[in-house]
Design a protein around this ligand. Sequence first.
Ligand code: SF4
Length: 383
Amino acid sequence: MSAEPRIKGWCPGAWQPMATGDGWLVRVRPRLGQLTRGQVLALCDAAENYGSGLIELTSRANLQLRGVTEASWPALMDTLIAHELVDADPEAERRPQILLALGWQAGDDTHKIASALNDRWHELPVVPAKVGIAIDAGKAPVLGDASADFRIERADSRGLLVRADGHASGIAVPSIDAAVAQLIRLTHWFVESGGWDSKRMRRHHVPLPDWAPANAEPAATGSQLPLGKYAHGAVYGLPFGRVPAKVLRDAVTPAEVTALQVTPWRRIWVAGASAAAIDGLISDEQDARLRIDACPGAPYCEQASVATQPLAEHLRGVTQGAVHVSGCAKGCARRSPADVCLVGEAGRFNLIVNGRADSTPVKTGLTETEVVAYLESLGAPHL
Ligand code: SF4
């Protein structure tokens, strides 16, 4: 196997790893958003054997292995393919990613739709890198804030609809098979009507075709599953979206655990988990780290001049509002404004209040210690 690492402006995958500050980054897209217990164990072993052992969960519900090298990548790919964590056909990575609502159970509508779409996977077109599909057919849609270009959702009428991103209403469909057929047809229409130029459906300002009347209302948005224990498993948070492989291995080691589902919210569902607390994972909804977004920062990202994770940890007890610690003004970890945003520049931090990483700072050139002291001097709990 051979691969050229992609450096910037590219959506990496397993077949197209990306060069970063700590080596190649290899991204795994779990099929149906779920890994079996055996797959999780294999992934953890692979992360340690062929990478740095660090595993990240992205805002698109992908899992990333860090610290892979040109020398270790071929054996890593053999392992990932053998455990069906990566498709042996590189073309599969160019088809849309599928996101499923957290906590789906075998036999429910979300699972049936995903399975039906999986059977027709080869009928989906090759699409621009970030185009994705959300299957959100529980009692109420919960993936509304997740990045997806085409959605199969619960309709207000309790039936199903197919909705293109950027449209408030969707196309009513009478059955699961019809939903899958309509979705495949819509993805082809997107490509054929210029989707490669607009890149994402919400930027695709072309009227929907006559055969796709968007006049069905989605059901009212539901709430996400809070962290904690449920009848069939438990929901955990990943601190700042990353954990050592050992932590995930510990989470699935109990024999009663059957699978792990990933989400775009730095949370995982561990099916069959019987204990509420797992060392290294967040199990309390009040944990301050859930309010803090931090990108990898230095030394993991070549764009960063500051380490972000230590400051993020440090700020746990300093602020009560939403915090964003960003290695640079690109702001990968959070697009929306945060109460406090700290942005690296030339080895120091700029401090922004109520803004994004590219907003105007109120203070510049702060060390980590000065950031904390400044926030404490403001009596920052309200921030
Ligand atoms: S925001 Fe963070 S991860 Fe994104 S480019 Fe900047 S330093 Fe890298």
